[in-house]
Design a protein around this ligand. Structure first.
Ligand code: HEC
Length: 168
């Protein structure tokens, strides 16, 4: 064997080895994908948190009008409380961390305004919820929050921005 042929055949066998590895890798990948799809359905289309811009600026305009009309007399003009507990600030949030926007929505719709629970439209309730989230300093976004149970349940009320956990 000349020197040149030796190099060639070395290159060829290396190429073959790599091709083999790639094929084995692809095969394993397929096996794994199949296993995963037969074991469990994909997790719920991933939930979001109140940090993800879950309501719009327009919505808080409407919501603040609802608030002024139906909530402010008891909860205070700035949600700082009065004859009713505050709806903004650390104490209020501490009660709701770990729950969903849907839980808060149901709580409000089921019991508020105290003088007429359930008397507002779903749209008014979700708008006032957007206003509450806004006063609690969660950011607005591009998509309106819908007054529907299921999508609202997938929005978590979270203490800290997920990417910024740690001492503050
Ligand atoms: C007539 C007075 C009154 C009005 C009007 C009123 N609330 Fe309340 N609200 C209360 C009182 C009193 C409580 C505490 C007792 C209770 O939980 O039922 C409360 C509790 C709450 C809570 C629970 C607070 C917590 O710490 O978890 C929320 C949220 C709330 N109200 C939202 C609203 C919203 C939104 C409106 C307007 C649509 C509204 N309330 C209108 C009197 C009122």
């Amino acid at each position: 064997m000349t020197k040149r042929r030796a190099i060639n055949s070395f290159a060829q066998s290396r190429a073959a080895a790599i091709a083999g590895l790639v094929a084995i890798g692809a095969f394993c990948g397929i096996q794994r994908a199949q296993a995963a799809s037969t074991v469990q359905p994909a997790p719920e289309p991933s939930s979001r948190s109140v940090w993800d811009g879950v309501y719009t600026a327009r919505q808080i305009q409407r919501g603040s009008a609802v608030y002024a009309r139906d909530c402010a007399t008891c909860h205070g003009p700035t949600m700082n409380g009065g004859e009713a507990p505050p709806l903004a600030g650390a104490d209020f949030l501490a009660e709701w961390y770990g729950y969903s926007a849907g839980d808060l929505f149901e709580r409000i719709r089921g019991t508020m305004p105290q003088t007429g629970p359930g008397s507002l439209s779903a749209q008014e309730y979700v708008d006032v919820l957007a206003h509450i989230l806004n006063v609690n300093k969660f950011p607005a976004g591009e998509t309106e929050m819908e007054g529907l149970r299921e999508p609202l349940k997938r929005i978590r009320v979270e203490a800290a921005k997920p990417s910024r956990k740690g001492p503050n």
